[in-house]
Design a binder for this molecule. Sequence first.
Ligand SMILES: Cc1ncc(COP(=O)(O)O)c(C=O)c1O
Length: 424
Amino acid sequence: MNIDQFSTTELQSELARLQAEYGLLRRKNLNLDLTRGKPGTEQLALSSALDGILRGNYLTSNGTDVRNYGGIDGLDEAKVLLGEILGTEPSQTMIGGNSSLTMMYQTILFALSEGIEGPESAWGNNDTVKFLCPSPGYDRHFSICEHLGLEMVVVPMLAGGPDMDVVEQLVAQDTAIKGMWCVPRFSNPTGCVYSDETVKRIAQLGSIASDHFLVMWDNAYAVHAMYEDAEPLASIVSHCSDAGTLGNVFLFGSTSKVTFAGAGVAFMGSSTANISALKAHLAFQTIGPDKINQLRHVLFLENTHTLAKHMEKHAAIIRPRFECVLAALEAELAGTGMGTWTKPRGGYFISFDSLPGLAKEIIALADDIGVKLTPAGATFPYGKDPLDCNIRLAPTFPSLADVQASIEAFVVCVKLASVRQKLG
Ligand SMILES: Cc1ncc(COP(=O)(O)O)c(C=O)c1O
């Protein structure tokens, strides 16, 4: 029954029942954690063969000795393999170290301080630099902006991606807006896949925005489908080719959630000119990335077919965890009016929206009985969720039994907070 239809007496007896249930949970001394968007041990084990795969062969097909210095933009064979994930040609692709987040930070820093197209183009020449942040979104994107002094502008997230009417209006009106974050497939945290129309409109932003506008296309979950029928993502590279705007887009990805989260390979793509400019900038920081790890990955992942088979194994491990969370939410909260949630077909997160004003309280209630949830507000710029309602659930890392126990406790906290709010 919907909470709005409860009489005060019904709400009071529901409150007493929930308080008793919450008390029982407290006595269980739970120690559970749904905060971490990282692969579980079983997933990491899928890639254990990376260790030792080179068997002493350190030469690539063109004779490069991967143990030595050099190759700042990565191995050719890695560009072919990983560029295919991004949809970029080898000349438009750069392979880095273990973190795509590092590459994103370096790109923004470069655009800000030196300018991708030379000193005249540096964003830092302006008093104010603003960035569009579709929200809820990924907290570390927002931290980069905050750390580097970029003013964040919230854009609503819809089922098919950012609200493009709002985006287009903002970039056309405000020349201080220099970029936009995107997690286009299985977005963090809503799990949505940007619609074809959204991808096309984002590709065209370079034509309507101010000069030196950059789309930060963080395709972290490009190959992370949990179901065969998961929505594909339109190619922003081909839309950019049509619009002549590839220079306005930087694409990113990594194998952090394909092989090892701490020892994967990160990669990025953009126009050949942008990649050359970035290469020159990076030469001040490094003589080259870890090519041994790149070669290991090339041998292990082989081609897109092998990669897809490998990702099916990940899906088989994490799918039951997602289904467990969704089944509990459906069984306990559907039709109650106490929350809504996303049903992603891939990625690492489920996004839950409580009644307005309750996210902090639900998270505190859960914390009190030993269930850690991502801090309230983390999915919004400056940690401020205007409606205090969004909660990110990350079910991949705990065991299935722990996911079950966590979500059972979570729904009790949601109900308790909602009933208390209704009673005023
Ligand atoms: C959207 C998104 N981008 C990037 C990352 C981090 O990527 P990497 O490990 O390649 O730095 C994450 C990790 O959770 C993420 O969710």
